[in-house]
Ligand binder design. Structure first.
Ligand code: TIU
Length: 223
């Protein structure tokens, strides 16, 4: 028997069954959230993202307490860059390119210190970590198969950055039939304007990509 819960959300209440719901924590990596990583090489102020850490830590605690499926993702590339298209490697004028040696290891390379998730949000044993070469978490990863194997239909989406990897993943998930709820205090952008508008774009037009709520509302619905 399934038990449904409802969250006060935009543009309408979000109803989910915890047994077919997964929390997706996107790319909360040192490379995006700490100085000396990929985000900073692109010219960004990494402090803009750090407000998402504490609410996500609380959210993880609540989800772990009720046994909700939790999946983490990391953006990054193989050491030989064979999975990094030239279009991504050569785009823009970063201070360091993907694969260059930085203070936290090679920029955005799997296995390096900077590529891993920040200490506060470290995955627990048994929580899948999806390594992805693109912005979307479904592209060239095992995420789709993993969700299907667990019967997941609803995704609670958090992480960074709101308008890049969160948006791309929500759009991918929406086209695959998932019901996505984005938690506004657990996502972050380097650009306050993009944070605001990026969230509006999810819930506009009657929820064209999904729903938006604050994490305390979701945590309340879990209990
Ligand atoms: N640059 C930027 O805003 N984001 C990324 O490159 N990756 C993610 O969002 N994870």
């Amino acid at each position: 028997m399934s038990t449904h819960a409802t969250v006060d959300a935009m543009p309408s209440p979000y109803t989910f069954d915890p047994s077919t719901t997964a929390l997706l924590v996107i790319d909360m990596q040192r490379d995006f959230l700490e100085p000396g990583g990929f985000g900073e090489t692109l010219g960004n102020d990494v402090n803009q993202l750090r407000s998402a850490i504490a609410p996500t830590e609380a959210l993880l605690g609540a989800c772990r307490a009720v046994g909700l499926t939790i999946i983490h993702t990391r953006e990054g590339h193989l050491p030989d860059l064979s999975d990094c298209p030239p279009a991504k490697l050569h785009r823009g004028a970063p201070s360091m390119r993907i694969g260059d040696p930085g203070p936290k290891g090679r920029i955005l390379i799997r296995g390096e210190y900077g590529h891993d998730i920040v200490d506060e949000l470290a995955p627990l044993p048994g929580e899948p970590v999806i390594d992805k070469p693109g912005k979307g978490a479904f592209y060239a990863t095992e995420l789709g198969e993993l969700l299907a194997s667990r019967g997941v239909r609803s995704l609670i989406v958090t992480g960074v950055t709101t308008e890049v990897c969160v948006h791309t993943t929500v759009r991918e998930a929406n086209d695959r039939g998932y019901e996505c709820l984005v938690l506004s205090d657990c996502v972050g952008s380097y650009f306050p304007e993009f944070q605001r508008v990026g969230l509006q774009m999810i819930a506009a037009q009657g929820g064209i990509f999904g729903w938006v709520a604050k994490s305390p509302a979701f945590i309340g619905a879990l209990q």
